[in-house]
Ligand binder design. Structure first.
Ligand code: SAM
Ligand code: SF4
Length: 317
């Protein structure tokens, strides 16, 4: 479906849970989330009905995310059913990787073809700090399980945090020489009550290019990342700049939260509930959400925090 600003909306990001086994400082508060009652969350059948309604409106690509999607007990079944919905051409998933040793193969068998893994640092102490409780060795076990499972594409996402990982840009970029993966650097967005970082922590994507003088522009792949390539690398470097150079004019996505709210824009508090609706009711709400998708997300910086009304783990990054 085309929105009011002429954008073709083809991509739905689905958060299957708000819960997570990590506590990244830019994403969610240390105490985690107040567990909502089961009755407030979409059931698996409702979620699949929502995918069917979205596909009827022209959605072709899904990303399963969270919270941490792999802590959701029925995530494999959700992926299997979603990938079979007529019109859905691609099911991707974003994960912190910790549970991939058990789940990489079942997810691949369930139709997931592309995986994004989150990794902000190569240093075990810094990893434990930024995730508040994670072990870097768990990430690497998950990464290798994913490599062995035969996914079409694996991308690694790092959130750029000035004073924390800007000294590791070169080392993280080197992963594209060592492995057939893309390494993407994402500007940190000031979410509602994620930990307060001072203004020096919000660094622009251009800092990555300053650190990688050998990087040359690469062929765009239709996504929101600006792509570069290091000589001899097997994958690309991707730069994602929601803060310093927003890409709202080309945004083709909407989001569905675990409690059944369609969010036409990550940083707006506008929500359209699908909970308890029939196929037709869901389709109508999705149409409204797409039509009312804002032109852009407004300023985002240390003084202008996201107006999402939720933290990232409650929306699906
Ligand atoms: N738990 C999974 C993971 O970490 O990959 C999926 C959900 S997480 C919310 C999705 C992505 O959002 C991760 O790559 C994470 O680094 C990113 N993210 C979370 N909070 C962010 C923020 N404040 N600014 C930019 N990216 C953020
Ligand atoms: Fe969990 Fe992902 Fe948020 Fe980290 S970024 S706290 S892994 S949902």
């Amino acid at each position: 479906m085309i929105d009011a600003f002429g954008r073709s909306i083809t991509y739905l990001r689905i958060s299957v849970t708000e819960l997570c086994n990590l506590r990244c400082r830019y994403c969610m508060p240390e105490e985690g989330v107040c567990k909502k009652s089961h009755a407030d969350m979409l059931t698996e059948d409702e979620l699949i009905l929502a995918v069917e309604a979205a596909a009827a409106l022209g959605i072709t690509k899904l990303r399963i995310t969270g919270g941490e999607p792999l802590v959701k007990k029925n995530v494999v079944s959700i992926c299997r059913r979603a990938s079979k919905v007529p019109g859905i051409k691609e099911v991707c998933l974003t994960t912190n990787g910790v549970l991939l040793p058990e789940l990489a193969k079942p997810l691949h068998d369930a139709g997931v073809r592309r995986l994004n893994l989150s990794l902000d640092t190569l240093n075990p102490e810094k990893y434990a700090y930024i995730t508040r409780n994670g072990q870097l060795s768990d990430f690497w076990k998950g990464f290798h399980a994913a490599m062995d499972a035969g996914f079409e594409k694996i991308k690694i996402n790092a959130v750029l945090v000035g004073g924390f990982n800007d000294d590791e840009i070169e080392a993280l970029a080197e992963l594209t020489r060592k492995y057939p993966v893309d390494m993407r650097f994402i500007e940190m967005m000031p979410m509602c009550d994620s930990e307060d970082f001072d203004s020096s922590a919000y660094i622009p994507y251009t800092r990555v290019l300053e650190k990688l003088p050998d990087a040359v522009p690469a062929q765009p792949d239709g996504g929101v990342a600006k792509l570069y390539h290091l000589p001899g690398a097997q994958g690309n470097i991707g730069l994602i700049s929601p803060v310093s150079a927003h890409f709202c004019a080309d945004c083709n996505r909407i989001r569905l939260t675990a409690d059944g709210k369609v969010k036409p824009c990550l940083h707006s508090d506008a929500e359209y509930s699908l909970k308890g609706l029939s196929f037709d009711g869901m389709r109508e709400q999705l149409e409204k959400a797409i039509w009312n998708k804002p032109a852009w997300h407004g300023d985002l910086d240390v003084r202008h925090r996201s107006r999402a009304g939720r933290n990232m783990n409650q929306i699906g990054g």
